[in-house]
Design a protein around this ligand. Structure first.
Ligand SMILES: [Zn+2]
Length: 102
């Protein structure tokens, strides 16, 4: 049996995955409620949602409103809107931000 390749700990790999996920989002998005610029975007795990390419939420420090960044097919976006509506128990305001062109 050969020497196992040195790999990071689970925590390190999780941190790397999170950094990679964050890198897919714009550096900042604008709050849907008060137009403040938000840079703390928390990526959502959307691997189980067909058609979704990108999803994340940013909680505004000024007004505590959550602005969502979503990208995917129209069907996936509609489903995501329904999910967020249910989760928040109020109509979610969706901030559509185009994924930056690589
Ligand atoms: Zn705000």
């Amino acid at each position: 049996m050969g020497q196992a390749k040195l790999r990071g700990t689970f925590e390190q790999r999780a941190a790397n995955a999170k950094t990679n996920a964050r890198a897919q989002f714009p550096d900042s998005i604008q709050c849907n409620n008060c137009q403040a610029w938000l840079t703390e975007i928390e990526p959502l795990d959307i691997r189980g949602i067909p058609g979704m390419r990108l999803a994340g939420g940013a909680v505004c420090a000024g007004c505590a409103h959550t602005t969502w960044v979503l990208d995917g097919t129209p069907e996936a976006l509609a489903g995501m809107q329904g999910y967020l509506d249910d989760a928040q128990d109020e109509e979610a305001k969706i901030g559509f931000v185009k994924k930056p062109q690589a």
